[in-house]
Write a protein that binds this ligand. Sequence first.
Ligand SMILES: Cc1cc2nc3c(=O)[nH]c(=O)nc-3n(C[C@H](O)[C@H](O)[C@H](O)COP(=O)(O)O)c2cc1C
Length: 256
Amino acid sequence: MLTKKEKEIPDIGLTFQNETKYTPATLANFMLNWGSIPETFKEYPNPLARISLPEPKAGGETNLWKLLLRRRSRREYTVRKSLKLNDLSVLVWATQGLTAQFGDTFFRTAPSAGGLYPVETYLCIRAVDGLKEGIYHFRPGDYDLELLKEGDFSEELTEAALQQTVILGAQATFIWSAVIGRGSWKYRQRAYRYFYLDAGHIAQNLYLAGEALGLGVCAIGAFYDDDVNRILDFDGTEETVIYMATVGIRAPQKPA
Ligand SMILES: Cc1cc2nc3c(=O)[nH]c(=O)nc-3n(C[C@H](O)[C@H](O)[C@H](O)COP(=O)(O)O)c2cc1C
């Protein structure tokens, strides 16, 4: 059944694609207000705690060609085991770690349109050594996690993700949001294209790093947006969830 919005705008996707096209005419009036350039780094004023992440010690398989060949979406996890904090640190670094500085811009492991980095990383932690269960926010500049909410949110998140039980078994679930103003400052409505492209790069880094560590990663694009936004306290307008991915300790392979 079509929603009210879909009835009003029958081909909302195509309309979006057309309305956000670059043409010589649209670019002719392109101006940037350098006085209102948004902050690239977000931090919460009063998190419950700030936990420094250990320096990531990458290991495991390092041959890129083998990793590309082996990468799969993996949904079977050993529920009772706990993820090493170093492994979480490696994954977080692989997705959004800072790798270079040029002027005021910090570059990261994943590319970002215009170097604006509008995607923020949150984690639903269920079983990671040294971390309480809870919802955390990653700060790439300080390389730490801000604890925003304590408790096991994996059931709530599973419900919000259309009952995908892969989240229940995952030791951690990455939740990526877009901070709309950070991208729209430069790209206006076209920024929405770039939020999703940025997130795709980030998620692929997670897949490859997870594969290197022998962990299981599965992208999650199916969820009730409003429900995930509620769990994360996003308003859905200035910041909204765009993508998620589970990370789990792989269950032993069953014999064929
Ligand atoms: C944008 C996107 C959204 C996805 N959403 C889900 C999801 O909600 N649940 C799930 O189990 N897998 C999801 N996947 C994983 C795909 O099902 C998987 O990539 C596809 O079946 C190909 O398998 P492979 O990743 O093992 O190569 C998603 C993948 C992408 C790229």
